[in-house]
Design a protein around this ligand. Structure first.
Ligand code: NAP
Length: 458
């Protein structure tokens, strides 16, 4: 399938698109480069006014856009509308805070470096390319675009091929808010065309959110051209439950952590690591709750879990579970493909995992939870850190020493204590190990695509 909306609930093609021709791509890069020059000369105040206007437009269309997101990738409708609202909020956040985040610093004692004054200032880099995934078609793009544009950059978007209508909505959003023509441009291209765009000298940097293979490929192309890259890749986040935790609450939150966005979130709790003293109680409660979830049409407000976004994504998930089942794992809930033309998979809990199973190392991108029994906190930490990912993590404990110990030793970009990982514009977001590098959101996110210029004056 090329660039098309395929409704994952029905399996039917809703709309197909011709990719942009090489000539059209050149025009779009040119417009973005031209806009970058213009944006450099604008004030934070001007950009903030345009950003707020674009956020208001987004909110006016929240209901239509929410439906579009659900039709393109299958998340339950309330979550789609919430994604639109969250995106608008982040746009206001950067409109309000960009200037303060990029105010730079002055040296207190410039004489120490032989200067009368020495300071730093943040300047835009120019045109930044964003390669984005389909799982949050709006939010993933806005969390790049709002800070990038507020910093005075322009943006180019290569969105996932299965969310072209969301991508085309974003193509005009910022201009409709008042930004100069070309400040943000969508390229309807395949992954193979990214190398050519990134090689173009008018493109100064790249950010990619997606899988590890895509990240590796794009970062190596960026390195070839000595261009900055930020990578937000996959995760297989641990969700650790220790004996002092409130087990019923932990199990209820664990279900939400696993099935939010139909389980297709990089920061979803994927591996549930439970101390043996409370393992049986947690496993029973968790499996029962997972089995009781309402699976169905994501446009129905009662639905808790919709289809996977693509047939291939669903089939890969089935392979992971069947590999574990074939090697002796127990299926405590789900493990079945419902009879439907859509790309559904029943919420599933797998226990009794051993290291020869793919589920132990690979990311399960869908409603499949792995359960691990840990002997003590050292064993829990060993299991948590045994994958090559390091995105986020969650720990449930009421023991403060234990809380500190996990916080210090978990190999992850974030630790959420007695809760589930969520992204929020005010919290830096990103991973270590093979989950990527660089940070999005908060002050750190807007500084990624700036030149931190040092000024020294005699
Ligand atoms: P994906 O296959 O890597 O696709 C992501 C984007 O990269 C799409 O636009 C895709 O285009 C493009 N792409 C794929 N291969 C490429 C290549 N070789 N060169 C250039 N571009 C390429 O990932 P996905 O399946 O859409 O998304 C799921 C993954 O994203 C999961 O691993 C998830 O954990 C991760 N993710 C991470 C974060 C985070 O913040 N860390 C957030 C969300 C998702 P096409 O669609 O045209 O192939």
């Amino acid at each position: 399938m090329g660039i098309a909306t395929v409704n994952p609930t029905t399996g039917l093609i809703e709309k197909e698109f011709e990719p942009h021709s090489p000539e059209e791509v050149q025009v779009r890069i040119g417009e973005a480069a031209q806009a970058a020059v213009q944006l450099r000369g604008t004030t934070f105040e001007q950009r903030a006014a345009w950003m707020r206007a674009a956020a208001e437009m987004l909110m006016k269309e929240a209901s239509r856009l929410g439906k579009l997101i659900t039709v393109e990738m299958g998340k339950p409708i309330a979550q789609s509308v919430a994604e639109v609202e969250k995106s608008a909020k982040a746009m206001h956040y950067y409109a309000d805070n960009a200037e303060a985040f990029l105010s730079g610093t002055s040296l207190e004692n410039p004489a120490a470096v032989g200067a009368s004054r020495a300071w730093t200032r943040y300047e835009p880099l120019g045109t930044v390319l964003a390669v984005m995934p389909w799982n949050y078609p709006l939010w993933q793009v806005i969390r790049f675009a709002a800070p990038a544009l507020m910093a005075g950059n322009s943006g180019l978007l290569k969105h996932a091929s299965n969310v072209p209508q969301s991508a085309l909505f974003l193509d005009t959003l910022f201009e409709r808010g008042g930004f100069p023509k070309g400040s943000f441009r969508t390229l309807l291209i395949g992954g193979a065309e990214v190398a050519g765009v990134l090689a173009d000298p008018r493109v100064k940097a790249v950010t990619l959110t997606g899988s590890e293979p895509a990240g590796r490929s794009v970062a190596s192309i960026a390195a070839d051209h000595v261009k900055k890259s930020v990578l937000e890749l996959g995760g297989s986040d641990p969700f650790i439950v220790m004996p002092t935790a409130d087990i019923a609450e932990a199990a209820a939150v664990a279900v939400r952590a696993r099935i939010n966005n139909n389980g297709q979130s990089c920061i979803a709790g994927k591996r549930f690591i439970v101390h043996e003293d409370v393992y049986d109680a947690f496993a029973a409660e968790f499996a029962q709750r997972m089995a009781g979830l309402v699976v169905g049409d994501p446009l129905d407000p009662e639905t808790e879990v919709g289809p996977l976004a693509t047939r291939s994504g669903r089939d890969e998930l089935v392979e992971l579970v069947e590999d574990a089942r074939g090697r002796g794992a127990q299926i405590l809930a789900g493990g079945i493909v419902p009879d439907s033309d859509g790309f559904f998979y029943a919420p599933t809990v797998v226990a009794g995992l051993s290291e020869d199973m793919r589920l132990v190392q690979e990311e399960a991108f869908g409603p499949v939870a792995s359960l691990y029994r840990a002997k003590d906190r050292e064993d829990a930490l060993r299991i948590a850190n045994q994958t090559s990912f390091g995105l986020s993590s969650a720990v449930w404990t009421r023991d403060e020493a234990e809380e500190r110990w996990f916080m210090e030793n978990l190999e992850a970009g974030a630790v959420f204590i007695n809760g589930m990982t969520v992204s929020n514009q005010e919290l830096p977001f990103g991973g270590i190990k093979r989950s990527g590098f660089g940070r999005e959101l908060a002050a750190e996110g807007i500084r990624e695509f700036c030149n931190l210029k040092t000024v020294w004056k005699a």
